[in-house]
Design a binder for this molecule. Structure first.
Ligand code: SAM
Length: 358
């Protein structure tokens, strides 16, 4: 048995190396190389709306934005969004002038700080400049979440009047959920401690025409979420848990997710798989085991499952694997449990969907 798991581990790591070599992207990975904006670090929030963003000279950046149907307007500064034309059609791509306002907001620091409760202002706890890759990734993120998030939740959750997206960053997942015709939420509330990210999120919601449906609020790490108890049909939390500095903070955070979700409502949580040679976000070798202040590390599945012991886990992995293998497996075909379990163990992301009791 030991031999089988060792072989399996080696195969998984080999596949991961091959995937990386092919440049495949992941759920929430950050790439901060090749900085687009020069200059030193500033405190998050201090430069929002300032004119620190510089015209973009990178041709690869222009190409990446043109590739996703957007143009670069380097000189436009963030302005009052209430003066922009109302009545935009709902879309996963941002309309102008919001796209340009959004770029400026990201260049100025939105989406850059992920860890707020670290004693050490290092790594992901430090304000840093957006790279070309990071900017392009942020812009295309609604499409990503429509494919990876909405299409996963829709068959299991269906209509959800009120949705909370906790750790929403620049609002891509909140907007993707608002655009789902199946979930069809009347209200989506995005929550995040980062003020620059929330401002970018509000611009994104306007640019995608869902600002009547989506709003954003700031929370304080370590404090209860600023949301009423048992008031959401669906609570989502994507790539956030790994950024909380310790187990105690993670326990309290999951308790809060459960507190705000109504009886019978759903909680979706995704966080990296710790059984990887390199941490998904910063690629540190054994980074999930060599925990370093200011850097993310992934919790083990057992830790998360214990905290949701009073909830029912919805079996989403069969569906996920069939989605991945859609070219060779029919959706009504039965997959052996061992195949589903192996795929789950090998996936770069742990994904959990829970139904609250009651
Ligand atoms: C990788 S981003 C997640 C982005 C977003 N969920 C998505 O998938 O597009 C991590 C986010 O978690 C947020 N975060 C960190 N600690 C938090 C906390 N205690 N409560 C809520 N959000 C937090 C960070 O500010 C950051 O925006």
């Amino acid at each position: 048995m030991m031999g089988v798991s060792t072989v399996w581990f080696v195969v998984v790591q080999a596949v991961a190396v091959l995937r990386r070599a092919r440049g495949s992207s992941s759920e929430g990975r950050r790439d901060r190389s090749s900085p687009l904006v020069g200059g030193g670090s500033t405190t998050a929030g201090s430069n929002v709306g300032s004119s620190t963003s510089r015209p973009c000279a990178s041709s690869s950046y222009s190409a990446s934005l043109q590739g996703i149907g957007l143009r670069v307007v380097p000189s436009l500064q963030p302005g009052p969004i209430s003066h922009r034309p109302p009545g935009l059609p709902r879309s996963e791509m941002m309309a102008e002038p919001y796209a340009s306002l959004f770029f400026d907001q990201v260049r100025a620091g939105a989406g850059s700080v992920d860890i707020h409760d670290s004693a050490n202002k290092d790594g992901f706890a430090r304000h840093s400049a957006a790279s070309d890759v990071f900017l392009a990734r942020e812009v295309s993120r609604v499409s990503h979440h429509r494919r990876a998030l909405s299409s996963l939740l829709e068959p299991f959750v269906q209509r959800s009047g009120r949705v909370a997206d906790v750790g929403c960053s620049t609002g891509a997942s909140a907007v993707a959920l608002a655009l789902s015709d199946v979930l069809s939420p009347e209200e989506v509330i995005g929550i995040d401690p980062s003020q620059p990210s929330l401002e970018a999120a509000a611009i994104r919601a306007k640019g995608c025409g869902v600002h009547g449906q989506v709003r954003f609020e700031r929370n304080q790490p370590g404090q209860p979420l600023p949301l009423p108890t048992a008031s959401f049909d669906l609570t989502t939390c994507i790539s956030v848990l790994e950024f909380l500095s310790d187990d105690a903070a993670r326990r309290d955070f999951i308790r809060e997710l459960k507190r705000i979700t109504r009886p019978g409502g759903h909680i979706y949580l995704s966080t990296p798989n710790p059984y990887r040679l390199r941490n998904v976000h910063d690629r540190r070798f054994l980074g999930d085991w060599r925990r370093k202040s200011g850097h993310p590390w992934a919790s083990q599945a057992g830790f998360i499952q214990t905290l949701f012991a009073d909830c029912e886990e919805v079996p989403i992995w069969d569906h996920l694997v069939k989605q991945r293998l859609s070219s060779c497996v029919r959706s009504n075909e039965h997959l052996p449990n061992i195949v589903v379990a192996a795929a789950r163990a090998a996936a770069p992301w742990q994904k959990f969907l829970y139904r609250m009791p009651g």
